[in-house]
Design a protein around this ligand. Structure first.
Ligand code: ZN
Ligand code: ZN
Length: 604
């Protein structure tokens, strides 16, 4: 269809004022005028055409004004001020006009205006319909306004829309975004028929709160209820659940289902896949998806660089970073944190220094406390303790506990008592309840044979009754994630696991393993210490995997804490004795154990 330019149409419309025009012709022109208004591509075009519309006196019919409000409020070029001015001219706006303006405000991210208008509408005695609530609930979720949300939920009941599918889905979403997952579940359970969107909203509610196992369980339920075609956002939630839990097999299945259901993966899904593979320990697979990606954005680079960093592949992280610059993408502060930590994990001191300078001079990013933390870690690991301390003193912000802890750990590795005491003192002021700091310092004293100081640390610890965060490890066997807590006997297979631990212990002794009991804090005898050490969660998870996973398959473990030095030695030996590749993700990084060695080269 050939579009008539606005100006020509204007002449045409003015001509209509001639009283000799026949009613048929008038109707035709009226139609022309309306369709012209609907075809507008900008708010300026719309205003011009609307002026003609008014000139022709076509605004008498409220329904017609309603569609004008809709065009002006909901189009991509929408102009809410103008839409409101048309709305105000309508003598008796009905529910359609109100819904439109409410939707327009929500689209414009002006949630307050939407809620205000809703109240005015009720005051004027206009009854809402099922189209009113999805927008209003969205407004509440933008505001994280739980109170308002609950009130509106009350109205949903009052006006009888509690069984409407769209309203129910919006309620699940709203409660999820306000962090009230219990209410989301309540609405979900009461539903008679659930759509894909209902599942998707419920899964998103859980993933927002980091309830990863629940997400996967719900995804399983969704599939078993015959809802196979999950939408992209659900699949992103599922992938990030796999990522957090280290559930590689489940992640692979999700990947297969993606390839089956979606013809072309978008950049968000591909990036989630890379993140999943990398953080589940399959760096190569993540890297290969990354290489094949057509449209990499800043986030894809960021995910890949941080993945390489936690696997200790510093040089490759730097080379991906140069590719990114070559593609003309600007790095941000987050990418620099990953780069610096990549240099730190790989011991690339001069490269790290260069990055630290470059971020300020070339990319004008002022270092945050995280960047300083990485630099101190980098220098500390490399044994440049004085330089690290000087850097702390020169920081423009107050150093936090993380910074001092980096220095303290470095002091343990390089045995520097003087700086260790300074770092320890700062730590006990900043975070007096962290048991592992006391242990770290007491170990440094023990190595220096300062037994009295060591005893003082342990006494402090006992007096403050500080408990260490319970350590846990998860391992995936046959697509199910199993969780083991240190010394815990709650796992249904625990008898077999403890029997396996016993057998492993014997074989390790032949290899010359001596338990490193220096990390056991409790004042108990040596035998008891060894006993406690032998049931650290990581060892339980390895035992379980050795029983259940086929010969030759890789064992992948995720744990919440930093690996203790005993578990590190133990796992190295197990990888040799049982000829298994064992990959452990601890709080800081990945360790790939094979043939008695670890990829971190004992530098973690
Ligand atoms: Zn351990
Ligand atoms: Zn290691």
């Amino acid at each position: 269809m050939i579009r008539t330019p606005i100006l020509q149409q204007t002449h045409f419309l003015i001509a209509q004022e001639d009283p000799l025009q026949s009613p048929d012709l008038l109707r035709l022109k009226e139609k022309e005028c309306l369709s012209m208004l609907q075809r507008c591509k900008s708010s300026e075009e719309f205003k011009q055409a609307h002026a003609q519309f008014l000139k022709l006196g076509l605004d008498g019919d409220p329904r017609r004004s309603g569609s004008l409000v809709a065009a002006c409020a909901l189009s991509d070029w929408g102009n809410m001020d103008y839409a409101c001015s048309i709305f105000r001219r309508i003598e008796e706006p009905g529910i359609f006009e109100y819904n439109t303006i409410i939707r327009g405000h929500v689209k414009d991210m002006d949630s307050q205006a939407a809620l205000l208008l809703y109240r005015k509408m009720l005051e004027r005695g206009i009854e809402p319909d099922n189209f009113t609530y999805p927008s209003l609930l969205k407004a509440c979720s933008y505001l994280s306004a739980q109170e308002e949300g609950i009130q509106i939920h009350g109205h949903v009941f009052k006006f009888g829309f509690e069984s409407d599918l769209f309203v129910q889905n919006s309620l699940i979403n709203m409660y999820g975004k306000c962090g009230e997952v219990k209410h989301s579940i309540r609405v979900f359970k009461k539903m008679d028929g659930r759509s894909e969107a209902s599942w998707s909203s419920l899964i998103a509610s859980h993933s927002r709160l980091g309830l990863w196992s629940e997400c996967l369980r719900l995804f399983g339920d969704m599939s078993s209820e015959g809802c196979w075609r999950a939408n992209e956002s659900t699949l992103v939630s599922v992938l990030s659940s796999c990522t957090h839990l280290g559930a590689l097999d489940l992640g692979r299945c999700t990947h297969v289902s993606l390839l089956r259901n979606i013809s072309r993966l978008n950049v968000i899904l591909e990036t989630s896949l890379i993140d999943m593979y990398v953080k589940c320990g399959s760096l190569e697979k993540g890297f290969s998806i990354f290489h094949k990606m057509h449209n990499k954005n800043q986030l894809s680079y960021s995910v890949m660089i941080s993945g390489l960093a936690i696997h200790g592949r510093g040089k490759e992280a730097l080379s991906v970073f140069s590719d990114m610059l070559e593609e003309g993408l600007e790095p941000d502060a987050v990418i620099y944190v990953s780069l610096l930590s990549a240099c730190s994990h790989a011991g690339l001191v001069s490269e790290g220094r260069e990055c630290f300078t470059r971020m300020r001079l070339e990319h004008h990013i002022e270092p945050t406390i995280q960047h300083y933390g990485c630099m101190i870690d980098l220098l500390g690991r490399a044994g440049l303790l004085n330089e690290a301390y000087e850097l702390i003193k020169s920081m423009p912000m107050e150093p936090n506990d993380v910074v001092w802890r980096c220095l303290l750990s470095a002091c343990r590795v390089h045995q520097n008592l003087e700086l260790a005491e300074i770092a320890g003192e700062k730590l006990f002021q900043l975070d007096p309840h962290n048991a592992s700091d006391y242990v770290l310092l007491s170990n440094i004293y023990a190595k220096a044979h300062q037994w009295e100081d060591m005893a003082r640390m342990r006494k402090d610890l006992a007096q403050k009754a500080l408990a260490q965060t319970p350590g846990f490890s998860t391992v995936e066997v046959k697509r199910k994630v199993h969780k083991f807590v240190s010394q815990d006997k709650s796992h249904p297979d625990c008898d077999a696991v403890y029997e396996m631990i016993h057998q492993m212990q014997w074989q390790l002794r032949f290899e010359g393993y001596i338990p490193d009991t220096s990390q056991v804090l409790l004042d108990v005898n040596e035998e008891e210490k060894q006993q406690r050490l032998s049931v650290h969660s990581q060892k339980l998870a390895i035992a379980f995997a050795l029983i259940h996973k086929s010969q030759g398959s890789t064992i992948r473990i995720v744990k919440n804490l930093r690996m203790c030095s005993d578990c590190h030695t133990y796992t190295k030996l197990i990888s040799k004795i049982f000829e298994r590749k064992i990959i452990v993700r601890d709080r800081n990084r990945f360790h790939h154990f094979q043939d008695g060695n670890c990829s971190c080269r004992d530098y973690w």
